[in-house]
Each structure stands twice: as structure tokens, then as C-alpha cells.
Design a protein. Structure first.
Length: 94
């Protein structure tokens, strides 16, 4: 799944490595993001929301993030991973 959000001079793309976005507790998924802009600052800020378990987390390595869904995470919950442009924090993709 690829998500693109285009606003003004910034385009953020997120690609998910998992074939099925319906993750289960204990699973891991990798996301990558790319910012297309003429600005010099192409840094990405990653956030996670909706997790119940403190053990559910994201590990960030430059433009890649790994979502680790904890074994005790809510089965029917929704976890949102968001990539936001550091250059313009109104530009984001989830």
C-alpha cells in the first residue's frame, strides 16, 4: 500500500512492507517515507498513536520506521503511524 499526500511544494509518500495492513499482536511491519520538495530540509518526524500497550513502539532509522506491535496490544485497536515533514509540519501522510 502506498499513500501520497500532495500539498503546495511538499509531497510525502509512505510505503508499507506488509501485504495486509491488518496486523496482529506480535507482528512487525516496516514503513518507508520519501519527501519530494525543493526545500533543503527533507527530514521526517514519525509518530505513533492509538496503541494501548507501552511495548508497542516504532524504531526510526532515517526515512524508515519499523512498527513493533506488542503481544499484549488490543486485537481490535487501530494504530496510526504518521510521517510529517520537518520542513512544513502541515504536510503529512498516515
Amino acid at each position: 500500500m502506498a499513500i501520497k499526500v500532495a500539498k503546495a511544494d511538499v509531497v510525502i509518500s509512505i510505503n508499507e512492507s506488509a501485504a495486509n495492513p491488518g496486523l496482529k499482536p506480535g507482528e512487525v511491519v516496516k514503513y518507508t517515507a520519501k519527501i519530494e520538495t525543493e526545500a533543503n530540509n527533507k527530514d521526517i518526524n514519525w509518530t505513533i498513536e492509538g496503541n494501548i500497550s507501552e511495548a508497542t513502539n516504532i524504531t526510526v532509522n532515517e526515512n524508515e520506521v519499523i512498527l513493533n506491535v506488542a503481544e499484549d496490544e488490543a486485537i481490535n485497536g487501530t494504530i496510526t503511524v504518521t510521517a510529517t515533514s520537518d520542513y512544513d509540519n502541515t504536510k503529512l501522510a498516515t
